[in-house]
Design a protein around this ligand. Structure first.
Ligand SMILES: Nc1ncnc2c1ncn2[C@@H]1O[C@H](COP(=O)(O)OP(=O)(O)OP(=O)(O)O)[C@@H](O)[C@H]1O
Length: 295
């Protein structure tokens, strides 16, 4: 992975890291590299009266080898940020980078290759291929890229996700939690620069969700991977090294070494603010959500 061009700046969120403001305003440590980042990211859906400013000048980096959670009220732009940072959607203005590669500079084919080779995805709905076995699902991105799987790495992954006995099963024969563990193994199989997870525990009970979060945490701490996760759940966010908070399409806060209690308290502050401004400041209150879970 190449290093980013320079130090990353946020749009000036408050610092709740409890580090005396040392890190306030910077999205990565001074000596850190960002596996992914956006600079001045703005995304407007629609036009004229129907325009929705889903992201409004967000600058944030997701440091390599760290687990970052993105939180914020419903409609605050979390999924849009993740999708634009991961090259699944394009920004209206600003720039998104994976390592040193600016996504806006890539053509469709190059972008597809970059997503395939350098990014892993975990979605709320697992998105496994039902006709393939667990083993085939795990190596699918590597096979699509025409690469040879690193057997040792894949075996280590299978071991970590605890599905060694199930390798020849189809997704339909697994529980939701097991399917999501397969999805995590698939996301990590090609040793991507960064894994983006969008509400990975949204469809799971708390025990299965906890197992998936432990797995994502181990991928970072034991395997040196980078994970960026969108979540509504303060308990899930507490598994991360850092939480970045969005509100109304802006980066408003960040918190290192989060606990569920501190994250919950921070989210409650958004609820209070909502009651003051129930219609929302950006789009006249029209709710054009894409079907994410309720906050
Ligand atoms: N395809 C779209 N067309 C129009 N507006 C959209 C579209 N996708 C998202 N939006 C709007 O952009 C804003 C941000 O949406 P986004 O889904 O990124 O928020 P979120 O924080 O992930 O929400 P949730 O937590 O409810 O999933 C919302 O006002 C939403 O209605």
């Amino acid at each position: 992975m190449s290093r980013p061009a320079g130090p990353l700046r946020s749009t000036g969120p408050r610092d709740t890291a409890g580090d005396g403001g040392r890190s306030a305003g910077t999205a990565v440590p001074p000596d850190g590299t960002a596996a992914a980042r956006v600079e001045g990211a703005t995304k407007v859906y629609g036009s004229g009266d129907a325009a929705v400013r889903a992201l409004d000048g967000v600058s944030v980096g997701f440091p390599a080898g760290r687990f970052t959670a993105i939180m914020g009220p419903s409609g605050s732009g979390k999924s849009t940020l993740m999708h634009c940072a991961a090259g699944l959607d394009t920004l209206t203005s600003g720039a998104a980078y994976i390592g040193g590669t600016e996504l806006g500079s890539l053509g469709d084919r190059q972008l597809t290759l970059l997503r395939r080779e350098r990014i892993g995805f975990v979605f709320q709905s697992f998105n496994l291929v039902p006709t393939l076995t667990v083993a085939e699902n795990i190596t699918l991105p590597i096979d699509l890229a025409g690469r040879r799987p690193d057997r040792e790495w894949v075996e280590a992954l299978v071991d970590v996700v605890g599905l060694g006995e199930r390798l020849l099963h189809r997704p339909g024969e697994l529980s939701g939690g097991q399917q999501q563990r397969v999805a995590v193994a698939r996301a990590l199989a090609g040793r991507p620069d960064v894994v983006f997870a969008d509400e990975p525990t949204g469809n799971l009970d708390s025990r299965s969700g906890g197992e998936v979060l432990d797995l994502l945490g181990r991928a970072v701490r034991d395997m040196g991977r980078t994970v960026v996760m969108v979540t509504h759940d303060p308990g899930a966010a507490a598994h991360a090294d850092e939480v970045v908070f969005l509100a109304d399409g802006r980066l408003v806060d960040r918190m290192t070494a989060p606990t569920a209690g501190r994250v919950l308290d921070r989210m409650k502050a958004f609820d209070g603010r909502r009651q003051d401004h129930p219609a929302g400041p950006r789009d006249g209150g029209g709710d054009r959500r894409r079907g994410g879970a309720p906050a």
